[in-house]
Ligand binder design. Structure first.
Ligand SMILES: Nc1ncnc2c1ncn2[C@@H]1O[C@H](COP(=O)(O)OP(=O)(O)OP(=O)(O)O)[C@@H](O)[C@H]1O
Length: 816
């Protein structure tokens, strides 16, 4: 922001008006109105940037006031210097000067060219135009025909006078010559106040274009393609005038009115501008052509200096005061000054290339490629981990399956072992003399038992229970003498198993039987330190012992019944013998023990076969406890039915009642046994699970499995841990992948934007190239037409010279 530089210049006294001398005194940059004898008047002192007194030369005015603006114009700043003041105050003298003291304009012209010569690093193109605003019409002072030109405005050129001739000049002389031409065409008129009064506002304009000279360096060349374009306006305004003083009439009066009107509008513009940006409101630039053309100089982009010329005479005090007030207001105006640079097509192209290069660098700088590679690597890693994870999951699944299978097998075994824990009396003897033998067995299914011939099945109440042992009579073999005798009872099942293990399954007491263990002897852990396991096992053992006791009681009952039965048989026989109706049954009753014995003997093998089948089914897991029990009940019922058919006596009816009662009791006992078994089974399952989970708790044949199960568990846990780690790693990778994807998306969008910009720039470049071609073609065409016109003009001049006796002025000679 830069304030307008305002100076006041006091014209020397004109001889005819200088009787009373100057009423204005100049001191430094202050001008004051004095009385005739030098007494200062109040409220009549004005200060400005510069005040030039009467003795000041044009040289000083130029040097102090306008030289900087002129030189700034060479560096790309717009500049305006104009003279304002009443008529005959010395404006034209200041701007144009005289031969002995050239004014601002000729000095500026000379200075510009002399300065250009020193600025060897740049090359200049200077165009000059000269116009006047006469009666509010714009005339071209360099081309007489160009009258009443119009003002236009465009983005590229701003406000400009269309059709105004602009001469390209190479030196000061050329310009001065043009000035002379303009002076010839300018409107002057004689008034009472000035014999050569300017009747128009003149604007001498120099358009200075410059650019750095070409250099080898690419950077310098890009700078050199930046063209500075500045407009220097040197304005000589027409002076305000009072009609009464000037005595103007007719044309002069009309001129005067236009002059005053335009000056008044200029004053208004200055007033508005001096009010500051907040209060200025609308600036009436368009109210006159003068203000319109000077718009950039007034509050716009230009360095502006105003020289206000005043007449020192007493007669012009009021006009001088008006001028000083105008100057005071102008002093408050601030312009926004900046270098005007435009880009040539080449510069534009180079700048675009630079921008493209910058975009490329930006793209490279964004590490898009690196990120893409990183993302690719992460994707590969992720894929690899996913594959590994899948593999591990499959392995884990297999491990789980095998573990579950193992556990179910173990549970099944445990269940089987528990569901068949009941006692069996030795069915292989019919003399009731054999030892009571407590045994646990494995019986699960008896699916084919029904298909077996019922007649071949040993139908005995004893078969309600089953043994895990194949019991065979070793008819032709003798047991070793060293066979141990079976203890009456075991404290627990483990002891029992241990005993069997140690004695290879042979029992000396069962001298007529060979007992072969058909299962792996399974035991429950003695060394199980798990409290839950201990308690469960102990409970289980207690329940088993209770059941054993109950069964022993039941067996005793059965024995007793059988004994009673045998005692009753003689009396029955007696009864049968006395009763002739029963004669047919007597031999049967008499033969009963023998036949029963035979019966038992005959079906012994069948019974063993049944047991064998049951044993096999049990081992194959085909027999359920329910089915086994129901089959046994059926066998028992058949046996009773057989006995009933043989002993249909009243006594036997009582025995039968007792047997029925026994049968019911047995059923009840079996029911309670089943309930206890299911309870035990549940406990055993839990016990087994506890045992499995407890490291090192396996015993006997199961120890290895237990250890392998532990290993499996450890392996599973390890795999699960690895899986968790992999999942964490995978999540981390996914997170990284997500972040990278986000970055990639951003970079991609940047890349897309950059590419879009690139395309736009390329398109712009193409358009510009097209425009350059068009302009070049138009320029060539124009040059051709110019050459043609010059040729015609030359011909005409030659013709004119030859035809007219008047000598043609030299200035029209030649190319001009
Ligand atoms: N500083 C000066 N030194 C010597 N003579 C001057 C000076 N200023 C003006 N004059 C003379 O005063 C006369 C009027 O000056 P000039 O024509 O420059 O006034 P003007 O302001 O341009 O008038 P107008 O507005 O009517 O054109 C001229 O004869 C001029 O030579």
């Amino acid at each position: 922001m830069e304030k307008i530089c305002v100076a006041v210049r006091v014209r020397p006294l004109v001889s005819s008006d200088s009787v009373n001398g100057s009423f204005w005194k100049v001191h430094d940059n202050r001008i004051s109105l004095h009385k005739i004898h030098g007494t200062p008047l109040s409220n009549s002192s004005y200060a400005f940037d510069h005040v030039f007194d009467e003795s000041c030369s044009n040289s000083s005015v130029y040097e102090i006031l306008t030289k900087d603006i002129i030189l700034a114009a060479l560096n790309g700043f717009n500049g305006t210097a104009f003279a304002y003041g009443q008529t005959s105050s010395g404006k034209t003298f200041t701007m144009n000067g005289c031969e002995t003291d050239p004014g601002v304009i000729p000095r500026a012209v000379k200075d510009i060219f002399s300065k250009i010569e020193t600025m060897t690093e740049r090359e200049f193109l200077i165009r000059v135009s000269y116009m006047e605003i006469y009666n509010e019409e714009i005339n071209d002072l360099l081309v007489v025909e160009n009258q009443k030109l119009q003002i236009h405005e465009s983005l590229e050129r701003g406000v400009f006078v269309a059709g105004l001739r602009e001469e390209i000049v190479n030196n000061a002389e050329q310009v001065l010559d043009l000035l002379k031409v303009g002076e010839v065409n300018r409107h002057f008129g004689e008034t009472n106040m000035n014999v050569r009064s300017s009747r128009s506002h003149t604007i001498f304009r120099m358009v200075i274009e410059s650019k750095g000279k070409d250099s080898d360096s690419s950077d310098d060349s890009s700078i050199s393609d930046i063209v500075r374009v500045s407009v220097l306006n040197l304005v000589d305004l027409a002076g305000s005038e009072r009609i009464a003083k000037t005595g103007a009439d007719g044309v002069r009066l009309k001129e005067g009115k236009y002059i005053n009107k335009s000056l008044m509008i200029l004053g208004n513009v200055i007033n508005k501008l001096s009010e500051g940006s907040k209060n200025r409101g609308h600036i009436p630039y368009r109210d006159s052509k003068l203000t319109r053309i000077l718009q950039p100089a007034l509050g716009g982009n230009a360095k502006t200096s105003i020289i206000c010329t005043v007449a020192p005479e007493e007669d012009h005090i009021e006009e001088t005061k008006g001028t000083l007030q105008f100057a005071s207001r102008a002093k408050r105006i601030t312009n926004c000054v900046q270098v005007n640079e435009i880009l040539t097509d080449a510069a534009l192209l180079k700048r675009q290339q630079l921008e493209i290069e910058e975009l490329r660098k930006k793209l490279q700088g964004s590490h898009a490629g690196v990120l893409e590679q990183e993302v690719l690597k992460l994707r590969n890693d992720l894929l690899k981990y996913e594959m590994e994870r899948g593999k591990l999951e499959m392995e884990l699944e297999e491990e789980r399956k095998s573990r579950n299978q193992w556990i179910s097998e173990q549970q099944m075994k445990i269940e089987n072992s528990s569901t068949t824990s009941f006692s069996v009396s030795d069915c292989g003897t019919n003399d009731n003399q054999g030892p009571r033998y407590l045994r646990r067995g494995l019986i699960e299914e008896y699916s084919d038992i029904n298909s077996t011939s019922q007649g071949d099945i040993f139908k005995s109440p004893c078969l309600k229970t089953a043994s895990a042992f194949v019991v065979k009579r070793s008819r032709n073999s003798t047991l070793p003498d060293s066979s141990p005798s079976l203890p009456e009872a075991f404290s627990n099942v483990a002891d029992e198993d241990m005993w069997l293990k140690m004695n290879n399954g042979y029992v000396a007491d069962l001298d007529s039987l060979q007992i072969t263990p058909t299962r792996n002897i399974q035991s429950f852990p003695l060394s199980d330190t798990t409290p839950g396991c201990i308690s469960q096992t102990a409970k289980y053992e207690r329940e088993v012992q209770d059941l054993r006791r109950q069964l022993e009681l039941a067996n005793e009952k059965i024995n007793e019944l059988e004994r009673k039965n045998s005692e009753e048989v003689p009396s029955s026989k007696q009864l049968l013998g006395e009763n002739p109706d029963n004669q047919q049954e007597t031999p049967l009753i008499q033969e009963l023990p023998m036949r029963l014995s035979e019966y038992v003997e005959n079906y012994k093998d069948s019974f063993e076969e049944v047991l064998s089948v049951m044993q096999r089914f049990a081992l194959d897991g085909k027999v359920s406890t329910d089915k086994m029990l129901s089959t046994m009940s059926e066998i028992g019922a058949n046996l009773f039915a057989t006995l009933e058919s043989h002993f249909s006596t009243e006594n036997y009816a009582a025995i039968r009642e007792q047997q029925k009662e026994f049968h019911e009791r047995m059923n009840n006992l079996i029911t309670s046994l089943e309930l206890s078994e299911s309870s035990i089974t549940g406990n055993q399952k839990r016990t087994a699970l506890c045992s499995c989970e407890h490291k090192g708790s396996g015993l006997g044949g199961e120890t290895e499995s237990a250890y392998s199960k532990d290993a499996l568990n450890e392996r599973c846990e390890s795999l699960e841990r690895e899986l968790q780690l992999l999942q964490i790693e995978r999540d981390s990778l996914l997170e990284k992948f997500s972040e990278s994807s986000d970055k990639l998306a951003i970079v991609s969008s940047q890349k897309e934007n950059a590419l879009k910009d690139l395309n736009i720039e390329v398109q712009r470049r193409k358009n510009l190239e097209g425009e350059v071609k068009q302009f070049t073609a138009a320029f060539v065409c124009r040059q051709k037409s110019l050459t043609s016109l010059r040729g015609d003009l030359k011909t005409k001049i030659e013709k004119w010279r030859t035809q007219t006796p008047i000598s043609v002025p030299k200035s029209f000679d030649g190319q001009d």
